[in-house]
Structures are given as structure tokens and as C-alpha cells.
Design a protein around this ligand. Structure first.
Ligand code: HEC
Length: 142
């Protein structure tokens, strides 16, 4: 006699793994997990989908900022190690060249605009396209 996992439990497990990877399944709650279904260390084939950010389809800007660790030093609305991005946006509000200026500043880092603390260069972390995308987004913040 063999112990068989009921089919519905297997599909629940699959869904749980899927949700853990996509982190976007909150609005689709199905039945709660059966108590016996402890997480099993199954290799998740879906993880590869996130590993290669192509330059043609960038993630949402804040997600990219998180992924690139900008949020270690910045938040949208409060000053941390770096200025809040709203204060950056305010400072450049009337600057027609702001996208270029900030793209360059994001890539090269620097100091002196908001204080003496230095932002480290991000050239190893970001493509110029990603830097421009983040600069454009920061400038939309209010
Ligand atoms: C180690 C901390 C740190 C990290 C990581 C960091 N920054 Fe900064 N950032 C700073 C500091 C400090 C300043 C202020 C520099 C100044 O006063 O000129 C700054 C300034 C900026 C500015 C304004 C530049 C200017 O000239 O006005 C932008 C935009 C910015 N950061 C975006 C980002 C983005 C996007 C990332 C992630 C790719 C990032 N930062 C990562 C610390 C950091």
C-alpha cells in the first residue's frame, strides 16, 4: 500500500509555490492550506523569470529601485542617508534638463547638492536606460 497525496493538495502546493514567487496572489484566496502541507524544499523553476531584467521591459519604477537597493539610502518622502525623492523632484521642478542631470547623477553619484554625504556611483548597478527611467520617475513624484 502506498501513501498517495490527494490531487487537490498537490495543486494547492503548486499554487502556494507560485504565489511565493509572484507575491501577487492576495486577491485570489482559495481554501486554506491543509495542516499537513508543510513547505517542502522543491526547486522552483519560476525563479528564473526574474533573473534577467531585459532593457526593453523594465519593472515598475519603485520595484526597480528596491531591486537596485536605492531604498537602502532613499525613500520617497523621508530623508534617509540620501534626500527624499520628493525633495529631489521639487528641487528640479523648473529645470528643463532635469532628466539628463539626474540620469548622470544617478549613474555617477556625487555630493554637494543636498549636503556633504556622497552618493556612490551606480554604474556597476544600473544601465543608463535604467538610470534614466528612475530619474524620470523621481521627477514625477510630488
Ligand atoms: C549609499 C547611499 C545611496 C544609495 C545606495 C543611493 N543613493 Fe541616491 N543619493 C544619496 C545621497 C547621499 C545623495 C545626495 C547627493 C548630493 O547631495 O549631491 C543622493 C542623491 C540622489 C539623487 C539626486 C541627485 C542630485 O544631483 O540632485 C537622486 C535622483 C538619487 N540619489 C537617486 C538614486 C537612485 C535611483 C539610486 C539607486 C540606483 C540611489 N540614488 C542610490 C545616497 C544614495
Amino acid at each position: 500500500m502506498t501513501l498517495r497525496l490527494p490531487h487537490n493538495m498537490r495543486s494547492w502546493l503548486f499554487n502556494a509555490l507560485l504565489c511565493a514567487n509572484l507575491a501577487a496572489c492576495n486577491d485570489n484566496q482559495t481554501t486554506p492550506p491543509p495542516a499537513a502541507a508543510t513547505p517542502t524544499p522543491v526547486a522552483a523553476p519560476l525563479a528564473t523569470a526574474q533573473n534577467s531584467p531585459t532593457t526593453t521591459s523594465l519593472p515598475a519604477p519603485f520595484a526597480l529601485a528596491q531591486q537596485k537597493n536605492c531604498v537602502v539610502c532613499h525613500s520617497i518622502s523621508s530623508k534617509m542617508v540620501g534626500p527624499s525623492w520628493i525633495s529631489v523632484s521639487e528641487r528640479y521642478r523648473n529645470d528643463n534638463n532635469a532628466v539628463n542631470t539626474l540620469t548622470t547623477r544617478i549613474l555617477n553619484g556625487g555630493s554637494g547638492t543636498f549636503g556633504a554625504v556622497v552618493m556612490p556611483p551606480q554604474t556597476a548597478n544600473l544601465t543608463p536606460e535604467e538610470a534614466k527611467y528612475l530619474a524620470q520617475w523621481v521627477l514625477t513624484l510630488k
